[in-house]
Design a protein around this ligand. Structure first.
Ligand SMILES: *Cc1c(COP(=O)(O)O)cnc(C)c1O
Length: 419
């Protein structure tokens, strides 16, 4: 079931703090993350799998790279799945040692490969081209390979990555040849990896993918290559709708680890959850500036749009919304919750019943922790918003809101155009 929040005197509470008071203190829009929930999510997924076999959780940090959030996961013992040199360096800055980070880039430059290998971070290769280039840059380097399993899963077409013909990974019929070539090149070959996509809600694609990985691992073993790990990627979905069921991770863990222990001699499983760890830890709070009855529709106009949370506009994603300062009150009518961006596609929620929204109310957008802040932009010259961490009844700023001046900082007006 979707995560619910405590109500105290008609106020929504998160981490023991009233949401409306956070909006008041730190301004809006603001992302609010509940530290305990991040820790619980990490422990739940790690616990489910590590009961059965040695398991390393590599948090897919593109979901949210705030340094304070990374510190929490570093304390929990997590590793990192990084997809760019920027993410690698951010995680090093947050205190992760290079051996806890795995780099899985796609279509990356020689320069980036050089930077990552100079830092000593393991590289998960996505193509034959990348392998040949890395062989010249860092001979003998520790690597694994991302393969295209021919199995896809996700909350929408834009986020499915494992299907045949995808831009990601080594095509199935080239995998064994590629491992043979990697051995000839002298690489230190550690593992095999696949990532089917993001936000899938069923377990079957994971076991189908694992079947493919195990079959390949067998063939690779025949080349005399012993793999240390199988990496099943991320993609475990979470419920975004009130009555939606959650994936049974205990069951998933039991099925997947059974397959590995029965059919291979590989001792370590790696998982790369992003959404599962961070999604429901965070709400986006946005203030109602404007309420409009347009005849055929009623609008609640807020200060967060797709510049702040792009998922509804980009993927047609559903996010549950509630009025934080009229929490649990009876609903009066249906509204579209929309933002300040000058495009009709700018919305947060369609056709939601809400309790008589008025100017100044605080809308809480649920499940905003994954691909929320990290995908936000400056569109319409609106500054990136603040992030706040709540824990044990206290709220702390973990990212200041940007200023408009900061948006000018890197721009240059040629002398001849100056005033
Ligand atoms: C994005 C990504 C993930 C995480 O996906 P989630 O759906 O957030 O769990 C894991 N691995 C790789 C390689 C990714 O690109």
């Amino acid at each position: 079931m979707m995560r619910e929040f405590e109500s105290r005197d008609g106020q929504m509470m998160i981490g023991g703090v009233s949401a409306a008071s956070i909006a008041e203190e730190f301004g809006t829009p603001v992302y609010v993350t509940d530290e305990q929930r991040v820790r619980e999510n990490y422990r739940r997924i790690h616990g489910a799998f590590s009961r059965f076999m040695d398991t390393r959780i590599h948090y897919a940090c593109k979901a949210n790279t705030n340094l304070a959030i990374l510190r929490i996961l570093e304390q929990e013992g997590s590793g990192i799945d990084a997809v760019s040199i920027g993410e690698v360096r951010t995680c090093l800055k947050a205190g992760f040692t290079p051996d806890r980070i795995m780099y899985t880039g796609v279509n990356v430059s020689d320069r980036e490969l050089k930077e990552v290998s100079d830092l000593g971070v393991m590289i998960n290769l996505d193509s034959v081209s990348e392998m040949e280039r890395l062989a010249k840059i860092a001979p003998g380097y520790p690597v694994s390979f991302r393969i295209t399993p021919g199995v896809g899963s996700g909350h929408g077409a834009k986020v499915i990555t494992g299907n045949k013909g995808a831009k990601f990974g080594i095509p199935l019929d080239e995998v064994v040849g590629t491992y043979a070539r990697a051995k000839d090149l002298g690489f230190d070959i550690k593992g095999i990896h696949a990532h089917i996509g993001s936000g899938g809600q069923s377990a079957e694609p994971f076991s189908e993918m694992m079947e493919v990985l195990i079959g390949l691992a067998d063939e690779i073993a025949e080349l005399g290559i012993d793999l240390d790990f199988i990496d099943m990627g991320g993609g475990i979905g979470v419920p975004y709708r009130p009555q939606e069921e959650e994936m049974d991770v205990e069951e998933l863990a039991s099925v997947i680890t059974d397959m590995i222990t029965e059919e291979t001699g590989i001792g370590t499983l790696i998982l790369e959850p992003g959404r599962y760890i961070i999604c429901d830890s965070t709400v986006l709070l946005t203030r109602v500036n404007d309420v409009k009855d347009a005849g055929t529709k009623k609008y609640v106009g807020c200060d967060a749009g797709f510049n702040t949370l792009i998922r509804p506009a980009m993927y047609d994603s559903y996010h549950y919304v509630a009025l934080a300062n009229k929490f649990g009150k009876a609903c009066t009518a249906k509204y579209d919750v929309v933002g300040p961006i000058c495009e009709t596609g700018d919305y947060l929620a369609h056709d939601r019943v809400l309790p008589d929204p008025t100017e100044g109310d605080i809308v809480a957008v649920y499940n905003a922790g994954a691909y929320g802040f990290s995908m936000s932009s400056n569109y319409n010259s609106r500054p990136l918003c603040a992030e706040v961490l709540v824990n044990d009844g206290k709220a702390e700023l973990i990212r200041e809101a940007e200023t408009v001046e900061e948006q000018w900082r890197h721009q240059i007006i040629p002398e001849r155009l100056r005033k």
